[in-house]
Design a binder for this molecule. Structure first.
Ligand SMILES: O=P(O)(O)OC[C@H]1O[C@](O)(CO)[C@@H](O)[C@@H]1O
Length: 672
């Protein structure tokens, strides 16, 4: 990992990483003490082909081993930490390493190529595709050659990628600015696995909560749990924002038309309330009956302003109709902050815990997603989702780099950003059920890797992170694809399925509806890669004056991901794949992908605004210079304050916007 490599063309490569790893580690996840580092079990990295069963090796001797081998563990851990540290010490930045420079030197070679010709090389195409357990990824339309991959693997080695992945899986406090482990993978670990963190098997804690979710969701679904007036619960409103919303929404959108899942959800509605905009309250509560509605408040911190105001609003909506005592039958919570949940008035029995070692944007496999989604689809379906995520976790941890899909795709993504300087990526599922994948990955990727400094606080010498956006095909084709074909170069992820969740094939049509959709999936990737030149246009008798307008330069990179079908399991696979790709980039760039300080300043300023807004409204005055806003903001605020409003200050009365709207015209998005 640490050796300097030649900047010239690399020789034949050995597999980077590979083998299995047994996890049984003892670190302090909560304290501020420096972390105990990971321990490799005997023979752990040089074993034979990876067995996906070995994410976290079950071992009864584990607890004892933890105590008795603690010294051993520390020694090995030290070795590894020292190794990673000394790399960082040798080079101020990953951009200073010979491996990075070799990639910079390689750029002109790639610039001489064109995907139109690279795609004719069948051997290259074979090399540039990977399959794992039904998930097939073809990256032959990326601007890479097998040599680029070798150089990227060298870079990964120089960055200590293998060790960093292991450290994450072993519960080391790699989120250094918050002194936290990063263990979302434990939220989907097998029940019999063991991961000792701070003397505790966290997998046991995970399954305690999962069992509680199963029990509770079964009770609600089979009518054992009744609302305050004795009626069964049919509808669920999940209140949360960011990571406490986007992941569950993505999974819900993926499952709602999947035949088995939708059968399990028959007669039930799951709605989300995220935005503090009262319009979102109106839409979320529209046509719901308090007597048959369960509210799940989801907030890791239980302090997020938007979520807490929405929670108070919906609580009023419940209690105004059913009385205070109805809270215990109609409101439950998911949080790490059990104390604040109980201060809010929610029974600890109705609280579903998760832990500070699960990042908000990585929390969909914890109670954050598992509770509302199990209420909607049943625990059995959601268990398959966990299994799919676990499958890719094991692959990510154990597969040698050259067979490792998230590592390879993550490194190619990094190549596009840091070396070819493409600032954005489009996530384009040819699968309507993946409509919320892009918004979810936007948070996972941009909140994780949108950083300006490295782990040591030093400004980065390169751009990290990228602008992620996307829409399902074919809708995107009629929207922004013009730009990606003839304007800016935006590397694309095309995602398709072999089988549709909902097959339609009309008599007289030459292809089924899903085949029609997928024809676009295949066509778009090739149109971007090969383009169309003047010679071809002339052969089609295109007039000279139109040739520049009709020319497609091509050479625009993309990856095609093909799944057998979209179900709970493959949804889990896709989730874990994207999470892992984000980690790969962050580890190589040497940044902390697991904090999010950049969201704080806006929150503080909004809070200042809130208190000034309150005094201006209650004293019926405008904002003054002494309130401390700049000239522009003062003018904006005063224009707002002078505007017409429904609101009554200083004694507001409870108004529920859903009462004010015409029910015929308000159709919540999930019912369109
Ligand atoms: O779950 P919480 O604590 O309400 O936080 C919601 C979201 O807010 C953020 O902290 C920042 O906006 C996200 O990282 C997080 O997912």
């Amino acid at each position: 990992m640490l050796s300097r490599v030649s900047a010239s063309k690399p020789g034949p490569k050995k597999a980077n990483g590979g083998g299995n790893i047994n996890i049984n580690v003892n670190v302090n996840v909560n304290g501020k003490t420096s972390p105990t580092s990971p321990r490799k079990a005997a023979g752990n990295v040089t074993g034979p082909a990876a067995s996906p069963k070995n994410l976290v090796q079950s071992s009864r001797q584990g607890t004892t081993a933890c105590g008795s081998s603690r010294k051993d563990h520390s020694v090995n851990a030290l070795d590894m930490s020292e190794a990673v540290k000394s790399s960082a010490e040798k080079y101020a930045s990953i951009a200073d390493t010979p491996a990075w420079k070799a990639l910079v030197d390689h750029i002109p070679e790639i610039e001489e190529t064109h995907l139109r010709y690279l795609l004719k090389d069948e051997e290259r195409c074979l090399r540039l595709s990977l399959e794992h357990n039904g998930l097939y990824s073809d990256f032959s339309r990326q601007r890479v050659t097998p040599e680029t991959l070798e150089l990227l693997f060298d870079l990964a080695k120089e960055a200590g990628l293998k060790e960093k992945i292991e450290q994450m899986f072993q519960g080391e406090q790699i989120n250094e600015t918050e002194h936290r482990s990063v263990l979302h993978v434990a939220t989907r670990a097998e029940r019999n696995k063991e991961l000792i963190v701070n003397g505790k098997n966290v997998v046991e804690d995970v399954w305690k909560v999962l069992d509680k979710i199963k029990h509770f969701s079964d009770q609600v679904r089979n009518g054992e749990w009744l609302g305050a007036t004795g009626k069964p619960i049919r509808d669920v409103v999940a209140i949360g924002i960011g990571g406490s919303f986007l992941g569950p929404l993505f999974v819900h959108t993926a499952l709602k038309t999947e035949p088995v899942a939708s059968m399990k959800a028959s007669g039930r509605r799951l709605r989300f309330l995220a935005n503090v905009d009262p319009v979102d309250v109106a839409r979320a509560l529209h046509n719901l009956n308090q007597e048959t509605t369960m509210v799940v408040i989801i907030s890791k911190t239980f302090t997020t302003a938007e979520t807490m105001l929405n929670a108070r609003t919906v609580r009023k909506w419940i209690t105004a109709e059913l009385g205070e005592e109805a809270v215990s039958k109609h409101m439950v919570a998911v949080s790490t902050n059990v104390k604040l949940v109980s201060q809010f008035g929610i029974d600890p029995d109705n609280t579903f815990e998760f832990w500070d070692w699960v990042g908000g944007r990585y929390s969909v496999c914890s109670a954050v997603g598992m509770l509302p989604l199990s209420l909607q689809y049943g625990f059995g379906i959601m268990e398959q989702f966990l299994e799919g995520a676990r499958d890719i976790d094991n692959h990510f941890l154990n597969a040698p780099f050259e067979k490792n899909i998230p590592v390879t795709l993550g490194l190619i993504n990094l190549w596009n950003i840091s070396f070819l300087h493409y600032p954005a990526r489009a996530i384009l599922p040819y699968c309507q059920a993946l409509a919320k994948l892009a918004p979810h990955i936007q948070q996972v990727s941009m909140e994780s890797n949108g950083k300006g400094v490295d782990m040591n606080g030093k400004p980065l010498k390169f751009e990290a992170g990228q602008i992620d956006f996307g829409e399902p095909g074919t809708n995107g084709q009629h929207s922004f694809y013009q730009l990606i074909h003839q304007g800016r170069v935006i590397p694309c992820d095309f995602i398709g399925t072999i089988k549709s969740q909902q097959s339609v094939y009309l008599k007289g049509e030459i292809v089924s509806n899903h085949d029609e959709l997928m024809c676009n999936f295949f066509a778009q990737a090739d149109a971007l890669a090969t383009g169309k030149n003047a010679v071809e246009l002339r052969a089609e008798n295109v007039p000279d004056n139109l040739i520049p307008h009709k020319t497609f330069t091509g050479n625009r990179p993309s990856t095609s991901i093909l799944l057998p079908e979209l179900n709970a399991y493959t949804t889990g696979q896709i989730l874990s794949l994207y999470e892992a790709m984000v980690a790969v980039k962050g580890f190589v760039w040497g940044i902390n992908s697991f904090d999010q300080w950049g969201v704080e300043l806006g929150k503080v300023l909004a809070s200042k605004c809130r208190s000034k807004m309150n005094s201006a409204r209650t004293q019926s005055r405008l904002i003054e210079a002494s309130d401390g806003f700049n000239f522009s903001t003062t003018r904006l605020l005063n224009r707002y304050l002078k505007g017409k409003t429904f609101l009554q200050y200083p004694e507001p009365r409870d108004i529920f916007p859903c009462d004010l709207i015409d029910s015929e015209n308000c159709i919540p998005p999930d019912e369109i």
